[in-house]
Design a protein around this ligand. Structure first.
Ligand SMILES: [Zn+2]
Length: 271
């Protein structure tokens, strides 16, 4: 049966607006005379309107500030790009310089993670018993690893999105919808999550920088030819990595063909 989180187990979140907080000499002054020193990830562009103070699963504390967004349009480039999502390469695009291979961050930490998870199950407290010190430590280490992988993924995704948005005026993106409910492997589920997050980052950044985004319905993109528009009768098996058109004879890597189809469907001219 699902278990509800008891209040004493839930982590703390504190919200402060306008008068509830003040920033002074690198310190955060909160209502009630609480003063905390901040380790900043970056400078704030403007005076924040509110702050949320919270603790994550590793026990670390964060202060998250809300600042009115300053939108900066980028200079025109005269270039367009088509983006196709996948498992092996997270993004295949019509520009070879902008493909995004699958980040392997998860794999290197997977062994460590498995170790801590085994530790957790060994030390799991019995029903009605308080968690032991060893159990809580294993749980903290697990949470820390999860946080590290998530941070690395986010960083890679942001850097890629920034490059794509800076170098192109219009972006034709496959409107990927994760299929979490389908019977799939863990690897596929993880890939779905990574693709979803990368897509969100790309759309957010494009909107912020005044770029035009076309969301393309992915139906039949693997069956269509980007050169002549002909559609194959059957979807080629996933193991087939090249697309060969039966109508015009064009041959191209499967994912590159799909990325090009995105452009064509958006009504854009490649190149
Ligand atoms: Zn063709």
């Amino acid at each position: 049966m699902p278990k509800f989180k008891r209040k004493r187990e839930a982590r703390v979140t504190l919200n402060y607006t306008q008068r509830g907080f003040r920033l002074k000499e690198g310190r955060l002054h909160l209502a009630g005379g609480i003063v905390v020193r901040l380790v900043r990830s970056r400078q704030l562009p403007k005076r924040p309107s509110s702050v949320r103070v919270y603790q994550d699963a590793t026990g670390a504390w964060y202060a998250s500030f809300v600042v009115a967004r300053v939108s900066e349009a980028l200079p025109e480039t005269g270039r367009v790009i088509g983006v196709d999502w996948g498992v092996k390469d997270i993004a295949t695009t019509t520009s070879d310089a902008h493909d995004l291979p699958h980040p392997q961050h998860g794999r290197t930490t997977a062994q460590k993670l498995a170790r801590y998870q085994r530790m957790m199950s060994r030390r799991r407290p019995k029903r009605g018993q308080a968690a032991s010190k060893g159990y809580r430590e294993a749980r903290r280490q697990t949470a820390k690893l999860h946080r590290k992988v998530a941070a690395q993924r986010q960083d890679t995704g942001r850097k890629w999105a920034k490059r794509v948005v800076t170098d192109h005026d219009e972006i034709a993106v496959e409107d990927f919808r994760p299929k979490f409910l389908a019977k799939t492997t863990m690897a596929r589920k993880a890939a779905d999550a990574t693709i979803g997050a990368t897509k969100r980052t790309l759309l957010e950044m494009a909107r912020k920088r005044g770029r035009i985004v076309h969301l393309i319905n992915p139906a039949h993109t693997t069956m269509a030819c980007a050169q002549c528009g002909a559609r194959a009768k059957h979807a080629p098996p996933l193991s087939e990595r090249t697309y060969t058109c039966t109508a015009c004879g064009a041959v191209s890597p499967r994912d590159k063909n799909s990325a090009r189809v995105m452009l064509v469907r958006a009504g854009l001219q490649p190149g």
